[in-house]
Structures are given as C-alpha cells and as structure tokens.
Design a protein around this ligand. Structure first.
Ligand code: HMG
Ligand code: MG
Length: 308
C-alpha cells in the first residue's frame, strides 16, 4: 500500500548542478527552473547560499533566486503554490535568503561526525547550535525551514551509520522547529533492507513526527527506486529527486546524482500515485539541461521517452 499522492521535491538545480563539472549560467538555471515549474513541479530547490569558495557552482544563487522571484510574481495563480527554496548553512546564508524572499530554506546536518566536519567545517553539536539560530530567525521572518540529514545509511569516511544515531539526530533537528526532514542517503549505499530498518527505528523514536520525513536517495548503486518504493510502503509521502539524475555532493567522494525525477514520476504514474507533474514536460526540462551540460541524461525513463 502506497500513499495516493506524493510530494516531489525537485533538487536538480541545487543538488544536481552543485556538482556538475560544467558551471551553469544564471540564465540557464532560470530557464531550467521555469521548465520544471511548467512541468508541474511545485517544490524546487533553486540555489544554495553557501561559501562560493566551497561550492563555486552555486555562486550565482543570489541572482538566480532574485530573478526567479520576480518571474514568479508575474505569473498567474497556478504558480502561487510554487515554493523556491535554497540551502542555508548559517546566519550569513539566511540573510541572503531573506533578501531574495526565498519561499523556504533548508539547513543541512549530518549523522556522521566526519562528514559534518568535511561538509560544513564544524562538529554535529556545533551545527545544531548554528541551526538553532537560523531556525529561530527564519521563524521570525516567516520562512519555513526544511532540514536535511546526510549519511543516514552510510558515510564516505565512517562507513555504516547506526539507525539509532540517525533517529536521535533527526529528533534534534525536528525539535529546532523544522517542518520537514529529508533523509539523505548521500552516497547511495542503501538497499531496501537497510532502508526499512532505518525507517522502523525512526518510527519508533519519532512517533507521529514520522509524517515530517522525506527521502533523498542518491543512485550510486542503482538502488534508489527500490528504496523509494519500500519507503512509500512505510508511509513516506515526500520524495526528493533530481531531473536527469544530475549531480552528487562535492564533499562525498564517489557519490553520483540523485534518483532521476523522470524515473520516479514514471514509477509513481504506474502505481497510480498523483504527483501533479507532467512527465513529457519534465523530460523536456531534463533534455534542456543535458544539452547545456553537454552530457547524456542519467534518467532511464527520460532517455526512453526522448527516443520516441
Ligand atoms: P567556514 O570556512 O568554516 O566559514 O565554512 P566561516 O564562517 O569561517 O567563513 C569563511 C568564509 O566563508 C568567509 O569569507 C565568510 O564570509 C564566507 P572570507 O572572509 O574568507 O572571504 N561565508 C559565506 N559566504 C557566503 N555564504 C555563506 C557564508 N558563510 C560563510 N553562507 C561554511 C563554513 C558552512 C560556510 C562552508 O563549510 C560551506 O559553505 N559549506 C557548504 C558545503 C556544501 O554546500 N555542500 C554541499 C551541500 S550538502 C549536500 O549536498 C547533501 C544533501 O544533498 C543531502 C544528502 O545528499 O545527504 C543536502
Ligand atoms: Mg544530496
């Protein structure tokens, strides 16, 4: 049994493009987000207010978000529900998000101590202190906060991460006041067995707060769709995906892109699950960005549909 409707969070313009070797112009990022919105995506992570020294490909996020905001305001009521979000690691990032009137921000922590240090240059405890300041100020500014939790199954530096450690960190992130928590299989090592074990532990520790969980699978070992299916069967109704399977994480060596949105939507259509997304238009958005990047799509469904 799977939920009748699933919320897709499109992370391609951020998680995807942050790790592509070709850096994408502001104009092309805007076009990509517009095409995704036209395909029916209503939650799009469009940028990242992190240090441009750490992630140069996200340096044009301020311009991209500003122009997208202006474009959104000129659209009709069907675009009102469109949420354009961005990653924020600290107060400096939040202040940029407030200036561009981001519809949502996302803080990002880790269940692995080493990954936390490599990715955001601080310990897990320090990150929670930083996020507490960010969430409090975002609440005052009335900006909803999503939280990511990385390395929920495995870490590129520490190996396997115990489900209990993940659940305890999830509890702390939610207690800060985040409305949604996305579970990141950052290096795509999960299988249905480890995914189910993790979700069971989370159900046990979080109780009713499991409704706030989303899943975020990178497809490094080709397990993402299977992991998503078992997550849906466990009651998860929010799924992150990246058009054309773009991306990876600059601080997770060996991580490949997220599961391709086209593949997720194709599977959900087959299951009779509503997403609000038009698959053909989504494939066009994927083809567009692959042309910009001059590389083939990593979406199997996208490639098959384009070939017809
Ligand atoms: P730091 O060096 O400890 O920061 O980095 P700092 O506060 O000491 O500042 C150092 C410099 O960065 C200063 O500039 C600051 O102004 C600047 P300088 O004086 O040297 O010219 N700075 C900033 N600039 C712009 N925006 C900001 C900002 N903050 C400081 N917000 C920091 C700490 C967190 C900034 C850094 O480590 C960083 O930017 N890390 C981001 C890494 C990242 O983006 N990783 C990828 C995203 S996470 C991911 O992909 C996983 C996910 O998809 C889920 C999953 O798959 O698991 C979400
Ligand atoms: Mg990711």
């Amino acid at each position: 049994l799977v939920p009748p409707r699933v919320k897709i969070v499109e992370v391609g313009p951020r998680d995807g493009l942050q790790n592509e070797p070709v850096s994408v112009s502001t104009e092309d990022k805007i076009k990509l987000v517009q095409k995704l919105a036209q395909a029916g995506c209503r939650y799009i992570e469009a940028g990242s207010f992190v240090s441009p020294k750490w992630v140069p490909s996200m340096a044009n996020s301020f311009q991209t978000m500003t122009k997208l905001r202006e474009w959104k305001e000129k659209q009709g009521p069907e675009y009102e529900p469109l949420v354009l979000s961005c990653l924020v690691p600290n107060l400096a990032g939040l202040h940029q998000a407030i200036q561009v009137k981001a519809g949502e921000i996302a803080v990002f922590g880790s269940a692995s101590e080493t990954f936390s240090n490599k990715n955001i240059n601080c310990s897990i405890d320090e990150s929670l202190e930083r996020f507490a300041l960010v969430v409090a100020e975002a609440n005052t500014a009335r900006i909803p906060v999503r939280a990511y939790l990385s390395c929920v199954i495995g870490c590129p530096y520490q190996g396997r991460i115990p489900p209990l450690a993940v659940a305890q960190m999830a509890e702390k992130l939610l207690a800060l006041g985040c409305h949604e928590l996305s579970l990141g299989d950052t290096i795509g090592v999960g299988t249905p067995t480890t995914t189910i074990a993790l979700l069971k532990e989370l159900q046990h520790v979080l109780g009713n707060d499991v409704d706030k969980l989303a899943v975020h699978f990178h497809d490094t070992h080709g397990q993402a769709l299977a992991n998503i299916l078992v997550s849906l069967e466990s009651g998860i109704a929010t799924v992150d995906a990246s058009v054309a399977g773009l991306g990876g994480c600059p601080y997770a060596p060996g991580a490949s892109g997220n599961v391709a949105t086209e593949d997720v939507v194709y599977m959900l259509n087959g299951l009779g699950v509503e997403t609000g997304i038009d698959l053909d238009k989504l494939v066009e958005a994927g083809d567009f960005i692959c042309e910009v990047l001059d590389r083939p799509s990593r979406s199997r469904a996208g490639t098959a549909i384009s070939a017809i």
